[in-house]
Ligand binder design. Structure first.
Ligand code: SAH
Length: 221
């Protein structure tokens, strides 16, 4: 993460509490999600010159043309995922590492993949107390992490043009995969439940806006 100002003051805590109250008014009810987001200092994932934006319910640029997702989106995806302590969770699109930290705080064992080298390199400085349950990988989210499969949960945090079949294969039976699916500006939040080796159930949950899931490495330059 870019911030060098890793102090969590009463002011930050107060702003965070207000953000959590706002998420409640927007319909988030999962106390595990809300507690985790109340615990993780989102401003740690910002450049110090932009700290005042950290507790607004907005997405924000993190470099390399990418964004840290809007808090409501992080909360919505985390709630839909139904994470329980000790679960193996694969995240596609590490970005700032904030979503991964929220999942880790909820007790998940997080494996997260980032496609862009610059962002991945920044993540090596993830604050150790937050990163104890997070394993970072530089790679392609479409391929997942077959060597570490199966996963209880898979979360895609970039706009997926389709549900990658390799990821469904890496999901446990009964497992849940959450992804914003769509080829244009707007995506449909999609929950895939793996019913058996050959059957899935698909449910949709409204529209969101994510940066695209990349299919090549052009952005590495
Ligand atoms: N979860 C992040 C926000 C994600 S933004 C956070 O909490 O900050 C989407 C991220 O997905 C970007 O960092 C982008 O570089 C990454 N990404 C895009 N295509 C990818 C792919 N094919 N595999 C892995 N990561 C990808």
């Amino acid at each position: 993460m870019a911030s060098t100002l890793l102090t969590d003051t009463f002011r930050h805590k107060g702003l965070r509490k207000k953000l959590i109250d706002l998420l409640r008014t927007k319909g988030i009810t999962d106390e595990n999600v809300l507690n985790a987001m109340n615990t993780i200092p989102r401003h740690y994932f910002f450049d110090s010159s932009f700290l005042e934006f950290a507790y607004e319910d907005k997405a924000f640029p993190i470099g390399s043309g990418q964004t840290i997702s809007q808090p409501y989106t992080v909360a919505f995806q985390s709630e839909l995922l139904q994470v329980e302590k000790g679960m193996r969770v694969l995240e596609v699109g590490t970005g700032s590492g904030y979503q991964a930290s929220v999942l880790a705080e909820m007790g998940a064992r997080v494996f997260t993949i980032e496609r862009q080298k610059l962002l991945y390199d920044n993540l090596k400085s993830l604050n150790p107390p937050l990163s104890y349950r997070i394993r970072l990988f530089y790679g392609d989210g479409y391929a997942g992490l077959p060597a570490f499969a199966p996963f209880d949960r898979i979360l895609i945090t970039a706009a997926a043009p389709f549900i990658p079949i390799a990821l469904v294969a890496q999901l446990k039976i009964g497992g849940r995969l959450v992804a914003p699916v769509g080829k244009n500006d707007i995506q449909i939040m999609t929950l895939v439940t793996k019913l058996s080796e050959t059957e899935i159930k698909t449910e949709t949950f409204g529209t969101f806006r994510f940066v695209p899931m990349l299919t090549d490495k052009a952005q590495d330059l």
